[in-house]
Design a protein around this ligand. Sequence first.
Ligand code: AHR
Length: 354
Amino acid sequence: MRLAIKKGREPAVKKRGAAVKMRKLTAIAMMLALMLAALTGCSSISDGDKKDLIVVGFSQVGSESSWRVANSESMKQALSEEEGFELIFDDAKQKQENQYKAIRMFIQQQVDYIVLAPITENGWDDVLAEARQAGIPVIIVDRQVDVSNENLYTTWVGSDFLEEGKMATEWLGQELDKRGRSGENINILHIRGTEGATAQIFRTQGLQDAVDENPNWNIVRTLDGEYTEAKAYEVTKEYLEKIRDTGEKIDVIYSENDNMTFGVLKALDEEGIEYGGEEGIIVISFDAVKSSLERCLAGDITLCVECNPLHGPRVANLIRSLEAGDVPQKKSYIIDTFFSAESITEEMIKERPY
Ligand code: AHR
């Protein structure tokens, strides 16, 4: 448990009452620390160095995917002491209750900013109202929140997940055309991410919209992979065993993140089912982390749709602009791209930092 030590600075948008209370707490904490230092002979607070740091509490989803690990790393680097921040990082282990607890702890600690990467969109009204009541600005990152009042958070930054879904399905239409298969019945196995997460809602919508537009495309099954390799492997393996002798064919796998794709490919390998290349199942994956791009170059994954996880510098800049008294846009969408087995190169993979 960390000590709620408030640094000797005040956030631009913080309420006056809270700031006064904060100073009192700081003084008490400093006194306690000095007494402790006198007793133990060592100091736990380097007050000279730390007093100007902006204190940020970050509630992270978990560490379910390579994307998430890269995202956490980016946040830690950009919100480091060298950059002028003190980061309190909390891993919610994919549980919304843990995110509630973390946010309430940040409020108690009177951090300057709360950053929230929400697991799902719903269920945020109460806890965000508490943060607002305490005068702490909340920055939402990656997935979004569906709240009754948009003023419950200050700003959001992340990917346009519907655009990602559109990129994937438009590419698929063109690819089927190129392969002379646009008139065929196309069976799609859909591997879905955590239900209710923005990335899931809109990547699924992108697929559903395309299926509605193409009467010969069918979603033969939707399996819940919860964005993890282990779960996707388990549900795909079970599904493949069920259809083993039925003659049911799969033409396309639409997998809503790379780690789930790795689990699916493992299950396909075990069943001896061909994927990738010119003849095998067309595999579409989201995120485009380095290990996925490598499998794309090898021809196993046919399309990698990018979802850039490097939000740390974006969040740091948003905080800096709030500190400067600016009002950032309510929502900032970043631009993603895609890589196909045909277009990917060694150089592109080398350039990938995650
Ligand atoms: O919200 C972004 C998604 O969450 C990424 O696609 C996935 O890998 C992560 O777990």
